[in-house]
Design a protein around this ligand. Sequence first.
Ligand code: ATP
Ligand code: LTN
Length: 328
Amino acid sequence: MKRMLSGIKPTGQLHLGNYIGALRNFVKYQDDYELYVFIANLHCVTFYQEPRVLRKNLKDAIALYLACGLDPEKCTIFLQSDVFAHAQLGWLMACQSYMGELSRMTQFKEKSQKNDEGITAGLFTYPSLMAADILLYDADYVPVGDDQKQHVELARDLAIRFNNRYSETFVVPEPLSPKVGARIMSLSEPTKKMSKSDESDKGCIYLLDDLATVRKKIMSAVTDNLANVDYDKENQPGISNLLEIMSSLSGEAIDSIVSRYQGKGYGEFKKEVADVVCREIEMIQKKYDKIVKSDLIETTLKQGAEEASKISYRKLKKVQKKMGVDIF
Ligand code: ATP
Ligand code: LTN
């Protein structure tokens, strides 16, 4: 069975973009792959996080993993910092990465431009740690949204570099992104991706938003004045985004939705999008409410950390031996 690994970095509440671009696909993959999913809490602290808020977001993210259908009996779910090999291989990978390649990372460039509090060294070496996350488990595939593809490419480069320098050690991973929904856009600025780091909350639907808020955000989504439901990302980015959201949640092809709405208004279309999104979110929230009251989060993380530690420790030892870091 091929191995797959992915992580989410919950510096805020998880949103519909995370769900459609990542989470929901993990659930589909757990039956066909040996799946490892983790919460990248070490990646969260490249910027200051209020400890109390971070703790709540991490816990919510695990609960949402479970609520969306990830099953700890079918896959390994863990918290990155519980598995010590990540930070350790992260350092060794930083020592394989060149300043030039890390400086070219789009996410680093964007986030360092936006932030005026000071850019940490952690933000710069973030992709080296991400490479370690992936390479520790010999993952064949890494399902991510479009924005993370460049980081997976770096993991590939580092694996190849290491294998050439020290002999065959790592599997070279491949990124995997969904055909529809790899980049859900903001509802208020449909040329930007839906993101928890959005300044305004209107463009981002959180999985834990109450349903009235979800509906309101969709009904006031920015569209255009062409008055025609069509999939045209360039001229109708708002409508195209709503079409992608609806198609990926309902399974109905975009063409089919477009033809159903010929000659009809945006209001009616948005109402159906809101119905589809609310139905999905309501289901998730019901499960979430039960999970947070149970001890499932704790038991899942304990079991996950044990399994992940075993595999990753073996790999770390192998790497250290090859590099000459280990003596015995
Ligand atoms: P944000 O911009 O909201 O901070 P992120 O990409 O930095 O998001 P994560 O929460 O770690 O942080 O993202 C988890 C996964 O969700 C990644 O695979 C990412 O590619 C995917 N993802 C994030 N935003 C979107 C989006 N708008 N559309 C599709 N996939 C997304
Ligand atoms: N960088 C990713 C989160 C992440 C990840 C990973 C994803 C950290 N390590 C390993 C896939 C594989 C993000 O910001 N979304």
